[in-house]
Design a binder for this molecule. Sequence first.
Ligand SMILES: C[S@@+](CC[C@H](N)C(=O)[O-])C[C@H]1O[C@@H](n2cnc3c(N)ncnc32)[C@H](O)[C@@H]1O
Length: 396
Amino acid sequence: MPIDEIAQKVSDRYAKAASTGEQICCPTDYNFADLRSFIPEEVLKISYGCGTPAGLKTVRPSETVLDIGSGGGIDCFEAARLVGPAGRVIGIDMTDTMLAIARRNAAVVAANLGYPASNIEFRKGRAEAMPIEDGMVDLIISNCVINLAPDKRKVFREMFRVAKVGGRFTISDIVSDQTVPQYLVHDTQKWGDCLSGALTLTEYIGGMVDAGFWAVHLVKSSPWQIIDGIHFFSITLTGYKPSAVPSESTVRYATLRGPFSRVVDERGTTFQRGIPVRISPETTLLLSLTPLANHFVLSGDPLVLGQSDPRWNAVFPAEAPCIWEGHYALLAGPFVEAVDDDHHVYRRGEPMEICSKTLAVLQAGGYAPHFAIINRAGQNVSGDAVTCSPNEGGCC
Ligand SMILES: C[S@@+](CC[C@H](N)C(=O)[O-])C[C@H]1O[C@@H](n2cnc3c(N)ncnc32)[C@H](O)[C@@H]1O
């Protein structure tokens, strides 16, 4: 299908949904009782997101926030509350019906918030060619939109262009655990349902990194739909447009603390837990970003971390049988590769089958923020428990 035809069909679909109030897409975690205190019902009833990118403590006072595919404006209005009257919010959308609803409610929301004037503006435009000046945005948000765009790489490049140096994004979207086949890609209905246009997690994070963003990592994930064995799930990701690399730094070494026993960062440097690695000022900048900073000790001189050091971090599996229940773990950044203490090698976005023992490990504190977990078993599994250990072979 030609790109303009896809965009027109998506726009027609959302124009119709906005005028009829049809329910589309996914469960979100909005606190509607709270939002109702300042956002009109006309907006809330056409909320078509798959996350809450503005509500995840990502928006800071006085910032300039851009919402790509703002729809009826729910996340713009929440961002307007969080940036305060000194901040600014811009929503862009390609669908006139959506823009009309959002625009007529902007003044109502400003009045409800007690602001002297509205701090929100809605502009008509496509995510692939945003009507936004270079480098003007502190925080880019978007909620279930990029999957609908026919040329996602263009969207990622546009995001990088409009972000300030040191700016960031928090994006909720639908991704899949495997490539969506052509018979679904050409299904207009499922494309409009935020399914057929989904990228795999590997493609999504890789696309953001290729556009220039650093430390792209998972904030939240939840399962959505399974079609013909393809798992679609909602993710919220954050990443950064890097600040200028300082020409000099007192930091020269980084030592991995764990819980991973080995990682490869986005720039290709490998770190073994406890062993200092000489790093460049560029890598120092990368490793200082959230959430990488929690995993490393940065130092001027080489620092070896022993197992008894309180900064050493490891999560070992319990002495328990291993039961295969259909779970798969997908590493969702900020590393391209990471290894646990059971020698599983996780590669960014690639589903890795795990047993109940490993599931418990990955759900523990240090690992949990890095993985999206899906279950590919169609129904309950009744396989026998097996005993295995990494050193004796077997399932792990
Ligand atoms: C699933 S709705 C989400 C709306 C809003 N973010 C929300 O959470 O309610 C998708 C919105 O993105 C807009 N949209 C889809 N593709 C777009 C594109 N390529 N450029 C600009 N807007 C787009 C549609 O018009 C629609 O309003």
